[in-house]
Design a protein around this ligand. Structure first.
Ligand code: BYC
Length: 330
């Protein structure tokens, strides 16, 4: 079994109108006019493939994202925190479900998507290859990871593909609750004992740069951005969203009395934004190649869950076959 996500990126230059077929030009005109594209309508092959890749990866991220948080359900410090965390982790399963359903409208089955994940042919978000070592990490994940996820997903509510954009509406509402619960944990820890404050700072130190990486490589390195933005599968650039995230998060850290682990973070009067240091991109690409701290563990857990669930799927299929045989005999 492969643990790496060794998919080679396949970004192409955007076609100019003169290079497009008439059908492609008409399609692009619909996109430019802000129309939604629905499943049964004609779409270029590349548009379909890009959506399957992005929605599929997004769905996988939701499901794999359950693992680092699920790790703390049995160890949540109070009954209330446990109930909240349980609800959040269940929400992630729901998000995975909406997204797999949205991908299925493009003609790919959930089994195919999962097999591609399990065989290392599809990616999931790099962030989930980092461990959650303390309870404060659950706060940092909610605050930073869900915060980054919302920053990326709010604009996707306006994406051109109908089923994806509609799935995003509900996901964003739930993500807002997730971020609030994370920030609430951070407030408690940051205003607690010295040891709790140190845990909160340590969690921020470890999750800061991996959260910045969630937005993807720099615009210069992003192979898909140009075409995806022309198709409105992506609304903003990776660097644009990353900057928005930094601008939103720095004052939140200040409010907590915590320090962003980057001495270059400073408000820039001229640009009206916070300056910040880029993450170590060699680490990002290394995590994508399967070498993050938890890649093996995460994919191993998903494959095991899939194998352990085989008897349920077999039972359901056998039952469905029996039922349809009965209906046919009637
Ligand atoms: N991790 O050309 P680029 C969540 C890949 S979690 C892994 O810029 P694109 C949640 C990229 O796929 C968030 N791989 O690509 C929160 C491409 O490789 P391929 C999940 C990454 O697609 C809490 C290559 O690098 N959200 O919601 O234009 C709990 C070049 O990149 C990453 C989504 O998935 C990464 N961080 O832009 C539970 C949102 N970044 O495919 C769950 C939807 C880049 O050619 N997705 N790569 O082999 C997107 O908005 C875009 O796909 C991205 C990347 C901005 C992520």
């Amino acid at each position: 079994m492969m643990y790496a996500q060794m998919v080679k990126s396949t970004g192409n230059a955007v076609k100019s109108p003169t290079e497009m077929t008439e059908q492609e030009r008409a399609f692009q005109a619909r996109i430019d006019a802000g129309e939604k594209i629905e499943p049964k309508e004609w779409m270029p092959d590349g548009y379909r493939k890009t959506l399957i890749r992005q929605i599929g990866q997004h769905a996988h991220s939701e499901i794999v994202g359950q693992l680092p948080e699920g790790n703390w359900i049995t160890r949540a410090p109070t009954l209330e925190r446990k109930a909240i965390l349980l609800a959040k982790v269940q929400d992630e399963a729901g998000h995975g479900l909406y997204l797999y359903c949205a991908a299925e409208t493009l003609g790919v089955s959930r089994d195919e998507l999962l097999t591609a994940l399990h065989e290392g042919r599809m990616k999931y978000s790099s962030i989930f290859n980092y461990p959650t070592l303390t309870w404060a990490d659950i706060g940092a994940v909610g605050w930073l990871v869900d915060g980054a996820a919302i920053m990326n997903q709010v604009p996707l509510q306006r994406c051109s593909y109908g089923p994806y954009s509609r799935a995003m509406v509900r996901i964003c509402k739930e993500e807002s609750f997730h971020q609030r619960q994370g920030y609430d944990i951070m407030m408690k820890m940051a205003n607690g004992s010295d040891a709790q404050r140190a845990m909160a700072q340590d969690a921020l130190n470890r999750f800061w740069y991996p959260s910045l990486m969630m937005f993807g490589p720099s615009d210069a390195e992003s192979v898909h951005s140009a075409q995806s933005m022309a198709w409105k599968i992506k609304i903003d650039t990776n660097d644009g969203l990353r900057q928005k995230f930094v601008d939103q998060t720095v004052p939140q850290a200040e409010y907590l009395g915590l320090t962003i682990p980057d001495e270059n973070v400073k408000y820039n009067e001229e640009t009206g934004h916070y300056d910040y240091s880029d993450p170590d991109w060699s680490e990002f690409f290394d995590v994508l190649r399967g070498n993050g701290p938890c890649n093996k563990e995460r994919l191993g857990a998903r494959v095991k869950a899939w194998e352990n669930g085989a008897w349920v799927r077999d039972g359901l299929m056998a039952n469905a076959a029996k039922r349809s045989a009965k209906v046919a005999a009637e």
